[in-house]
Write a protein that binds this ligand. Structure first.
Ligand code: C6P
Length: 401
């Protein structure tokens, strides 16, 4: 595929020709077609859904619900299994606050890992604390990976929930999730999967994975900010209580009783994120057009190239040289990641530095934080060149004192 043609889809590169955008795990850039879809909704419609008895509102409702159909197809879910949320964090919290608070009891066990983002780990830490359940951690291997063997060691008859990441936002490792899900189900536990770093980068089929819940964000996959998805198996969503109450999710409301709509609507309180949903559906169509075969190949090619060149620089510590995805975590020995980051910025290279909202893994790595470069399909070799130049410049600058 012609990478320059792909880059023409992204107005950011016209505005900022010299930009090496390597902070894709934080948020991806947005293609023109997604911006146009948002524009179209606001320019032509801009009205509410599900409520208005006039043509504009019917059309907005159709676009909003068609977006759900598109996104359901994108992950091979059913329409009614796709809940619109504010993002991955909101989706992960919804599962813990609803399923966890209703179905976890004293003495139950929840399995998590040190590779979790705070939004995956913290909600279950709190559920366990309130409910008197035990939070157990899968022992990571020497590289910092989750293995099936280590998972088996913490899985027991008491395990009720496995809250686990599909791809780590710091290490970029892909969790061997199929086997973990199978083993968890054999014990009668459910698996809530954090797909924030997986769904933008690989083809996901929730039926084939057989996960019980999958959470992800629109803004990391070419979609707008402020929209995310919670996929849940319908039988689970159906028995879960809502966590927010009010407009549009209610069925009947009386002085002494109330009933709620069926999923997904019982979890979508108030005016929904209409433009966000429409924009995310456009992003799904766009990613399908680019094709995940290309996305996987391009990210891997660029990250391997960058890792090889990083490893040639003395003093650079790469924490995940063998990761399968486009994430590289590293440090320049003795240089604070935030200090290094300022040199990248001066070179117009966008990277992230710090603990990446995943302090369990930076603690495990025995560092306060890392510098993280994260690639997406629109990155090119020149970005790697600029990135390596910035690493060398940062090292030379801080080693000159
Ligand atoms: N990680 C990063 O730079 P939100 O912020 O709700 O869209 O996504 C939360 C989230 C959940 N899980 C994982 C694995 C994630 O990586 C993120 C977001 C960003 O790594 C911002 S901290």
């Amino acid at each position: 595929m012609d990478i320059n043609k792909i880059r023409n889809d992204f107005p950011q590169f016209n505005e900022n020709k010299d930009l090496a955008y390597l902070d894709n795990s934080a948020s991806s850039l947005k293609p023109k077609c997604v911006i146009d879809a948002l524009d179209d909704y606001y320019n032509r419609l801009g009205v509410n859904v599900h409520r208005g008895v006039y043509k504009l509102s019917y059309e907005a409702t159709d676009l909003y619900e068609e977006a759900r159909t598109t996104i359901a197809k994108f992950i091979n879910a059913k329409f009614e299994e796709v809940v619109f949320t504010r993002g991955a964090s909101a989706s992960l919290n919804l599962v813990a606050l609803s399923y966890g608070m209703r179905f976890i009891n004293q003495g139950d066990e929840v399995i998590t890992t040190e590779l979790e983002h705070h939004s995956s780990h913290m909600p279950w830490f709190n559920v366990c604390k309130v409910k008197g359940a035990k939070l157990k951690y899968v022992e990571l291997d020497k590289e910092g990976r989750i293995t099936v063997e280590a998972f088996k060691k913490v899985l027991t008859d008491k395990t009720k929930v496995v809250a686990i990441t599909y791809v780590s936002n710091v290490m970029g490792y892909i969790t061997p999730i199929r086997e973990i899900i199978k083993l968890a189900h054999e014990k009668g536990a459910i698996v809530t999967l954090d797909g924030a770093q997986a769904v933008p980068h690989m083809k996901i089929d929730v039926k084939e994975l057989d996960c019980d819940f999958l959470s992800f964000s629109g803004h990391k996959m070419c979609g707008p900010t402020g929209i995310g998805i919670l996929y849940g198996k319908y039988n689970l969503l159906d028995k879960m209580p809502p966590i927010e109450f009010g407009g549009d999710m209610a069925d009947t409301v009386r002085r002494d009783s109330q009933t709620y709509k069926v999923p997904p609507y019982k979890f979508e309180t108030g005016t929904p994120i209409i433009a966000g949903a429409i924009g995310l559906a456009e992003a799904c169509r766009y990613l399908d057009k680019i094709g995940f075969d290309f996305i996987v190949k391009q990210e891997k090619y660029l990250r391997d190239l960058a890792v090889k060149r990083l490893q040639e620089i003395e003093g650079v510590i790469v924490y995940n040289p063998n990761a399968e995805t486009g994430i590289i975590s590293f440090n320049i020995d003795g240089v604070h990641p935030h200090d290094a980051a300022s040199v990248f910025d001066n070179n117009n290279v966008c990277i992230r530095a710090g603990h990446h909202c995943a302090q369990l893994i930076t603690t495990w790595l025995k560092t306060i934080g890392t510098v993280r470069a994260s690639f997406y399909f629109y990155n090119k070799e020149e970005d790697v060149d600029k990135f390596i130049k910035a690493v060398k410049e940062a090292k030379d600058f801080f080693y000159s004192f």
